[in-house]
Design a binder for this molecule. Structure first.
Ligand SMILES: [Zn+2]
Length: 190
């Protein structure tokens, strides 16, 4: 497997140019990812778990001449991350409401026990999702900084790839580095 090294730093160090063309180009590149303020649709959807959410992502239609992580691609992923975040946040809020409202509803001890079992499960799920939420926030930060979509391994830095990102929007390692990390972890703990 050939690893293409793509370094992403030169952009920032680009010399200041007085030429109109260059200035225009640089300005276009810096276009911030559009913030979405609409929440109406999302609020009514039920979150059916990570797998279902990932399956609902519509694949990006790639234009041949398009550069990797073009403004349009960035918007595509910003939208995905934002939608995911909203859905997870809603689940967090729902559980928090339940905790507040439900504590005294069960007079019967065994009813309460059954109820609490399901509750514990729910709370664990929310804990896992909270970690996911902070990963999503990191990805959003990366998007805004222009780092999103590139492998974070300092010795690597290749493009993670649109399809891998759609399968795993919070991925920060390319598939090769991720595989290597998993092998190393297995050797250490497995
Ligand atoms: Zn890598």
């Amino acid at each position: 497997m050939a690893i293409k090294k793509t370094t992403k730093t030169p952009k920032k160090t680009a010399k200041k140019s007085t030429s109109k063309k260059t200035t225009k180009k640089l300005a276009a590149k810096k276009t911030p990812v559009k913030k979405r303020t609409t929440t109406k649709k999302v609020a009514k959807q039920t979150y059916l778990g990570e797998e279902a959410f990932l399956a609902s992502i519509e694949p990006y239609k790639l234009n041949k001449k398009e550069k990797y992580m073009s403004a349009k691609q960035k918007r595509h992923f910003a939208k995905i991350l934002e939608r995911w975040k909203q859905m997870l946040q809603l689940e967090q809020d729902r559980t928090a409401d339940k905790i507040q409202n439900n504590s005294n509803h069960f007079a019967d001890e065994s009813d309460r026990a059954t109820h609490e079992e399901g509750f514990t499960l729910e709370i664990r799920t929310r804990e896992r999702e909270r970690k996911l939420l902070s990963k999503i926030d990191e990805s959003v930060d990366d998007l805004n900084k222009g780092d999103y979509g590139f492998c974070v391994n300092p010795n690597c830095g290749v493009e993670i790839g649109i399809r891998r990102l759609e399968a795993r929007p919070t991925a920060s390692l390319c598939i090769d580095c991720k595989t290597l990390e998993e092998i190393t972890e297995k050797q250490q703990y497995g």
